[in-house]
Design a protein around this ligand. Structure first.
Ligand code: SF4
Length: 433
């Protein structure tokens, strides 16, 4: 079958975005051409997320819409790849039999090969342990920044989380390959890389750990700015804190998921740290780095969470003073340890707690951003504002979005911008001469 055009629709986290970037580069290298809409595409790929039930329902909703396109043109190929394909396998086809390819998290990059092998019947591949990634293929976020996946999988088995089941055991790419990849990106004009992994802090290549990787990349590639996510508090070592403080290329931002302020709930979540340990880490980080932007993930309504325990989360949020947070209400994921617990916080109770938490965090973010007014930041200008073409958007070192009016020629450069106004989500400013 001659297939020329493709469209990838990505659901979920930045790792999925990065994987979609790699898959896109692989397809382009095999002669495929990206198009804007599913309607135009010969091959439609849904790169999926399994973290919450809602994310999976959204994919099934989209599949329902796409089935009409497939009915009109049976030659069109439909692929579901990534976490949901891994988790559901055959049962995904039971619900959506018109799908042509179901490819798990270690198999999606082999899609072009499977297209050649398919003889009409749907193909399912969810075996772990095989990744065929050309490390030279960049996964771009914009012209000037790129995601680089440094490790895959997770060994932590937090009791609520499906990731270790759908992404398999943790494994890291070699330092030498990652250095080479960042060098190629730098040669291509990239100024900032974000290292991605489910738990980047536990990165390991033989004797070398995550700090070694960061220092080597900073010293040997010429990259201007380095970020990473996501970190697990149990693996945030003093050595890593020193590296963030000492290496000028490291951006002053850390995403450090807390999840709950209650020791009992943290234990039940299998997070293997206490809130006091977390608080200590934040103190050490602030002592070592000074100004550092802190963001986090929080879950409310975990099984058996009492009102008092929820209030401990609110207290923790007040005490730490996060710059922003991803906040969720607990939802059961079949197959996880927490699915055995009694999901006893009512839906209305979860929604009330989440609303209260979001409102608190919104006020804290607002206060924090107000303190930015009058400050100057080095901003990586990565595009134009979605609302106004004449306004440029960039990222501060602390990973905050800063909008300012300036000529488009500044896109892809680092500029000094002074903050003149702020709301809870965004800073506004003016370009300095
Ligand atoms: S560290 Fe915990 S929450 Fe994060 S991916 Fe692993 S199991 Fe999931």
């Amino acid at each position: 079958m001659q297939m020329l055009t493709y469209k990838i629709v990505t659901f979920g986290c930045q790792m999925n975005l990065a994987d979609s970037g790699i898959l896109s580069a692989i397809l382009e290298s095999r002669g495929f051409k990206g198009v804007e809409s599913e309607k135009e595409a010969d091959l439609i790929i849904l790169n999926t997320c399994s973290v919450r039930q809602k994310a999976e329902e959204r994919v099934f909703g989209r599949l329902g819409e796409l089935s009409a396109l497939k009915r009109d043109n049976p030659d069109k190929k439909l692929a579901v790849v990534g976490c949901m394909a891994q988790r559901l396998g055959q049962s995904l086809l039971d619900r959506a039999p018109y799908v042509d390819f179901v490819l798990g998290t270690d198999r999606l990059f082999d899609l072009p090969q499977y297209i050649g092998e398919q003889n009409g019947a749907p193909l399912i591949h969810t075996e772990f342990g095989h990744e065929n990634i050309d490390i030279d293929l960049p996964a771009r976020d914009s012209k000037c920044s790129a995601f680089v996946t440094i490790s895959r999988g997770c060994d932590n088995f937090c009791t609520y989380c499906i990731v270790p089941y759908v992404r398999g055991r943790e494994r890291s790419y070699p330092v030498s390959d990652l250095v080479q990849q960042v060098r190629s990106l730098v040669e291509d004009g990239v100024l900032e890389v974000t290292f991605l992994g489910q738990n980047v802090n536990s990165y390991r290549d033989g004797e070398r750990d995550f700090s070694d990787l960061l220092r080597t990349v900073a010293e040997e590639t010429g990259i201007k700015r380095i970020r990473f996510m996501t970190s697990h508090p149990k693996d945030l070592s003093d050595r890593l804190i020193d590296t963030i403080a000492a290496v000028p290329e490291m951006m002053p931002h850390l995403h450090l998921p807390l999840q709950s302020g209650s020791e009992r709930i943290l234990k039940k979540m299998g997070r293997v740290y206490t809130y006091s340990h977390y608080r200590n880490l934040v103190r050490r980080l602030r002592e070592a780095v000074g100004e550092i932007s802190l963001t986090t993930d929080l879950i409310v309504g975990f099984p058996s969470e009492t009102e008092d325990e929820f209030r401990m989360t609110l207290d923790a949020v007040r005490e730490i003073g996060f710059d922003s947070a991803f906040m969720f209400r607990y939802s059961v994921r079949e197959g996880t340890a927490a699915a055995q617990y009694n999901d006893d916080v009512s839906e209305t109770g979860k929604i009330r707690r989440l609303t209260e938490l979001i409102s608190l965090q919104k006020n804290i973010s607002f206060e924090k951003n107000q303190c930015e007014i009058g400050r100057e930041h080095s901003v990586l200008v990565d595009g134009v504002s979605r609302r106004d073409e004449s306004v440029l958007k960039g990222k501060t070192g602390g990973n905050k979005t800063l909008l300012f009016k300036a000529d488009k020629k500044y896109i892809g450069t680092i500029q000094q911008v002074k903050v003149t106004a702020a709301d809870s989500w965004t800073l506004h400013g003016e370009l300095l001469g």
